[in-house]
Design a binder for this molecule. Sequence first.
Ligand code: AMP
Ligand code: ZN
Length: 400
Amino acid sequence: MTDFQIEIVPELTIPPFLVGEVKSKLAYLDEHIRQGEVAPAGDRILLVLDLEPDPALRSSLESKVQRVVTALVKGAFKPKVQVLEDCLDRPVTYGRDPLPELLERGEVSQEANGVFAMGPLLSRLINYFEGRFLGLADSFAARPYRFPTLIPARYMDRVNYFSAFPHSLSFATHLRTDLDVIDEFASHATCGEHGLSTPMESFSQIEMMLSPAVCYHLYFALADKTLPGGQVVATAVGNCFRFESSNLASLERLWNFTMREVIFVGAKDFVMQNRETARQRMKDTFQEIGLAYKVESANDPFFIGEFRKQAAFQSAFQLKYEIRARLPFKDSTLAVGSYNYHQDFFGRRLNISLPDGSPAHTGCVAFGLERIAFAFLAQFGLDPQGWPAAVRQAMNPEES
Ligand code: AMP
Ligand code: ZN
């Protein structure tokens, strides 16, 4: 397929701290966009399209770009990035992108954009990391939970998810319970390059979504109740879905990924202290594993209407810290986990009360399993001989 490029000069220059944020939003402007780039100086935007734009498309793209840039840039303050841990210069032994070799060896296979199957190497490595995360959960005597992959839209509405992250939602539907519709589908449905041939009217109204995070399920389970004993620590692993359009890339950014969470619900101090204790404990674990990483303040990828206000709020109240592992092959870092504090947001929205009647506070520690395995391979390669001893021996006990 041929690519067509257009360049747009934004009315406001994009400051360096927003270049990545603007770039990630370009993927959602128009279905013809294959890739969007922001010049490092923030004064030009390049869009790669899958067709030659006519004047109407050009002008629509131009106005959407200006809308996004203005919404994100106007009145934005540079957040003060707080670095809590910096172990980026820990020695690593590998410098290439592990994905081509993983694909070549059949250790991963791509089913669709952002959807990968993983073979024994990654599965075993993920099991190893899962063991470490479960160790963290056990250190808090966390209660184990299993949550569904589907999540009711009604609850997601209640926690403002629609306005905060509309771009990354994934919806679940089924055929309408009508014999004619089902018969029609059975005899005529086909799936082409761009998806099913079935008309949208054949599908039921959407009531369910694919879950974007694990901890929401716990908050929903506790909704409209008083928290027994005034506090809960829970842990669960689950499939999570975030549609990231053309930003979906490699194992770094998936549509379907898995997250292990340790979740704290209770009074403010209980949640804040446990989040901090979890960070200290993981610091020792990452040292044993030999991971090169840093922990720094961050914000969630809110959509444009909400971004400026919410990101500033998260940063001002130090609500989110990310564990960012080094990716030597591209001289950058990748978030492999996060330490989050939601204040009493879920407590208020979902009416989760403490025994004194006040709304519960919540927080979670979340690890992206595919990402941590990918970052580890990017730092130490595919050959276990080159891995730090703690990981090598845990995965192959006969060796020690
Ligand atoms: P968050 O709730 O956004 O802090 O996500 C927790 C962790 O999940 C992140 O630190 C990542 O490791 C992982 N994660 C989030 N989004 C994705 C994605 N699109 N693909 C793969 N992993 C992800
Ligand atoms: Zn969470």
